[in-house]
Design a protein around this ligand. Structure first.
Ligand code: PDD
Length: 287
């Protein structure tokens, strides 16, 4: 049985019911998180909760949840679901503004947020091993999403359409470029580009999600390696001329991209700098 958490209670997934008047359903008016865990240990739990709380604050969704409350719910979900679902589980958390009595755009008063959390199975813990790397082929496109991409909103239609655009071209992700022709991120990942030993990723702004894997990777590389890591704008020309490209997300960690628009990245193989980065990430991600 898959046990989920809804509004203060643990229950079977089949028992969890939300009103169609919920603003999450009607407007995509909510914030979410995906927090990975392996063998009962979460990766980046505190920064995930910090991002959740900052998104809720930015949307003025009132709540009384603390990091300790989220820890308790998440640990209980793992304990309840690991026996049936295994050891590689992400906890998904969603907080919507709540259920109103009518469909009206302005924020309602006097409603409680809807709080939902459940676990789902993710791939096995990524290894620093070239032969076991899960690799990606990607295409590119113009970023047509909104100007608040830093908010981890459940309004994901822009991302869904871009992801589908990639799938329809036979790719597993799509790298997006803003009007100035600079890289922003992928439909569901952040992006790193390696050239001549420099590891670059776009700077944080309203154009991309402040990914927790991105944050941990930057921190780990800066603290534990002499590698040259920079946050700067990256042009399309640099992307197609890169030695290595990596995409990062909570469920993938650091994944090598082997093709962009059908052309090989560098020599078309998993790179040496990826190997070092994933080794360092695997060693320090629980610090
Ligand atoms: N996706 N950018 C976007 C648009 C994302 O949706 C995600 C994550 C990331 C990477 O963020 P993080 O490292 O914090 O997972 C970047 C999640 C996993 C999802 O929607 O399923």
């Amino acid at each position: 049985m898959n046990t989920v958490f809804l509004n203060g209670q643990f229950m079977a997934a089949s028992e969890a019911k939300i009103s169609p008047m919920d603003r999450g359903f009607l407007f995509g008016d909510g914030i979410y998180e995906v927090i990975p865990s392996y063998h009962g240990r979460f990766v980046g739990f505190a920064p995930h909760i910090a991002r959740l709380h900052s998104g809720l604050k930015e949307l003025n969704i009132q709540h009384s949840m603390t990091e300790a409350d989220w820890t308790d719910i998440s640990n209980q979900l793992l304990a309840l679901n690991r026996p049936a679902m295994g050891d590689n589980l992400a906890v998904y958390i969603q907080v919507s503004r709540g259920t109103d009595s009518k469909r009206y755009h302005a924020f309602p008063t006097g409603v409680n947020p809807t709080i939902f959390a459940y676990t789902f199975v993710i791939g096995k813990e990524p290894m620093a091993d070239k032969s076991q790397a899960v690799t990606f082929n990607v295409v590119t496109g113009n970023d047509l999403r909104w100007q608040r991409c830093h908010i981890k909103s459940t309004s994901l239609l822009g991302n869904v359409l871009h992801y589908q655009q990639g799938v329809e071209q036979g790719a597993q992700e799509i790298l997006l470029f803003d009007r100035e022709g600079n890289l922003t991120e992928g439909a569901a990942v952040n992006v790193f580009v390696v050239k001549n030993g420099e590891i670059a990723t776009p700077p944080l702004s309203n154009k991309l999600l402040p990914g927790i894997t991105r944050l941990l990777l930057l921190r780990i590389l800066r603290q534990h390696s002499p590698l040259n890591v920079v946050e700067r704008e990256i042009s399309y020309a640099e992307v197609v001329a890169a030695d290595e490209i990596w995409i990062t997300s909570s469920s993938k960690e650091i994944a090598p991209v082997l093709q962009v628009n059908g052309k090989p990245v560098g020599d078309g193989k998993v790179g040496d700098i990826w190997l070092k980065a994933q080794q360092l990430f695997s060693t320090h991600k629980y610090d």
